[in-house]
Ligand binder design. Structure first.
Ligand SMILES: C[S@@+](CC[C@H](N)C(=O)[O-])C[C@H]1O[C@@H](n2cnc3c(N)ncnc32)[C@H](O)[C@@H]1O
Length: 280
């Protein structure tokens, strides 16, 4: 078993840890750059601040933080994936962001969050994946310094659809939702953030934000297919589809994209919530 396969087995992460998935995460992060940047600005992230990106993945949000806090600030990314984190740190240092650092950390293991407290604790598309999302959010809230902010953004997959409705997209959606759910993910995590903030002891969020994206099916199918491919081992392991069924779904997407390249495809909603911790 390779180190990557061993990590997948240990942490049960639905999307897997392949170069293709890492590249998909980078492309996805570029799409949401302005939606995330506006929340960082909304909570007033300023030069000199200390930030945590929990479940930082490829480190794209760490870059947005680094640009705002400047060299007098501090940006720490934590993730359970050591190799993706090392790549993120190398890329950030290569771009001159030497105040960014990465530490391997499993947020479900219960240990103290390294480097806490922070002026900003941020997590995007992390809680979605974690059955222990309430306990992890409570831990993130604990890591916020008095006067600092907790900011979370997560998906709600309900909006994913194309007009006119297509059987191929419906089947792809069934497999994606089924595989995520079987792996313990919450496909409505974004919509549940306000409730989750309360349950985690942070209280009612100070604000919420909903970001969306619509693009022609001809180009938008790429992200759909990449998610499908990354999830396929999980879907097969849980019996949500078969190798033959998956191949048929991808072929149907190909055919439909050729017939309906201009049909509007709506992405998942990226829902944000934030809360300031009172000064003590
Ligand atoms: C969908 S990716 C999102 C990455 C990044 N936040 C972004 O928005 O581009 C989810 C990330 O959470 C990380 N992750 C999953 N379980 C984790 C855990 N228990 N502790 C820390 N990170 C975890 C994964 O390794 C992955 O990098």
């Amino acid at each position: 078993m390779t180190a990557t396969e061993e990590l997948r087995r240990q942490d049960n992460y639905a999307l897997g840890r392949t170069p293709g998935e890492y590249e998909r995460l980078r492309a996805q992060a570029r799409v949401w750059e302005s939606a995330t940047g506006r929340l960082l600005d909304r909570v007033g992230l300023a030069p000199g601040a200390s930030c945590l990106d929990a479940g930082c993945g490829p480190g794209e949000t760490m870059r947005l933080m680094a640009q705002r806090v400047g060299p007098a600030g501090r940006v720490l990314g934590i993730d359970v994936d050591a190799s993706l984190g090392a790549m993120a740190e190398a890329a950030l240092h290569g771009a001159g962001h030497h105040h960014c650092h990465f530490r391997v950390h499993d947020l479900t293991a219960g240990g103290p969050i390294p480097g806490a407290p922070f002026d900003l604790v941020y997590a995007r598309l992390l809680l979605f994946h974690l059955p222990q999302r309430r306990a992890v959010l409570a831990r993130l809230w604990d890591a916020v310094a008095p006067g600092g902010h907790l900011v979370v953004q997560d998906y709600d997959l309900r909006s994913v659809d194309v007009l006119p409705a297509l059987d191929s997209v419906e089947e792809l959606g069934r497999v994606v939702t089924g595989a995520f759910t079987a792996a313990g993910c919450d496909v409505h995590a974004g919509a549940r953030l306000p409730q989750l903030f309360v349950q985690a002891g942070a209280g009612v969020p100070d604000g919420t934000d909903v970001a969306g994206r619509i693009e022609p099916f001809g180009s938008g199918r790429t992200m759909l297919e990449h998610v499908f491919r990354s999830l396929l081992p999980t879907a097969l392991a849980h019996g949500v589809t078969t190798e033959t069924g998956a191949a048929a779904t991808l072929a149907a997407i190909d055919r439909d994209a050729a017939h309906f390249p201009g049909s509007p495809l709506l992405w998942p909603l990226l829902i944000g919530a934030w809360k300031r911790k009172e000064q003590t």
